[in-house]
Design a protein around this ligand. Sequence first.
Ligand code: TXA
Ligand code: MG
Length: 319
Amino acid sequence: MAECGIHTDKAAVFLKEGQLVAIPTETVYGLAANALNEKAVLSIFEAKNRPQFDPLIVHVANLSAVDQYAVWDDQRLKQLAARFWPGPLTILLPKKSKVPDIVTSGLSRVALRVPDHPLTLQLLNMIDFPLAAPSANPFGYVSPTKPEHVQMQLGDKVSYILDGGTCGVGIESTIVGIEDGEVCVYRLGGLSIEEIEACTGKVSIRLNVSSNPAAPGQLKNHYAPRKPLYIGNAEELALKFSDRKIVALVFGSSELKLRNGVVKNLSPRGSDKEAAVNLFSFLREADASDAEVIIAQFIPESGLGAAINDRLKRASVRD
Ligand code: TXA
Ligand code: MG
């Protein structure tokens, strides 16, 4: 068990010593280490069992800290940062040599983000290095949105869990960068496409669904519970699996009833934001329950719906 508390000064000491600390952000909990300390960064990959071809996001205290680590290659990206930081937006920029190659898996761009959580911002302001932090879950599993999630899976790997309560957004950051002169979205996330486009105009969405290491991140099967998750029409799936114990994730006005299982509504009032907050903790609860299968239905694509559906797809059983 790791010590868990709200003491940023304690967290800062561990990080200065090169140790791992779990940090709260508005999206999900991160598994943080000093991004400039190669050995500490290596221990992130080891703790998560994460392949080194999957690069890490670097968290900084504010927009002006970016210049030490990267080059603003496009004004549109800087505008996005000015508008949405601190917030659930990660920006890929050409990296400066100060950022160790292990952080970016040898790629020429570094992913940067100012997280919107008071404790983590306070912590970032106490230390003189940025924090490399992937989501604080074993590689491929559902991201943690509560300190208990981190404690359960990585409690023996971190020196401290900075307890910031339940994450307010609940789904990982949206990742953007420039490619062929266009603003590209590489991962759907906690900042909606609509909000980004209101700032930059039309963006190009290039989600990678391959398992090709040359296309980092967006691996085909990710964010997955251990129990099989099927997506489709909830009524039909409930019938199909009527001989099994089910957890069903529904949304809005659904009136699904199960003979043998539990129905969990991501947002009875049909809010995409509320559904995002609940998604990962519901998946974890379903996984920990005695259910044999999890069934879910896509939610409307607008706002955070697109990112939620993306996570459901990646978590699901597919051919
Ligand atoms: O909301 C979030 O982004 C959370 C919190 C902790 O900040 N972090 C997070 O990190 O989701 P992680 O490691 O689970 O996902 C980061 C993804 C990578 O899988 C990869 O797709 C992309 O960010 N990424 C990071 N650095 C990159 C780079 N240099 N080039 C391309 N993609 C990069
Ligand atoms: Mg992750």
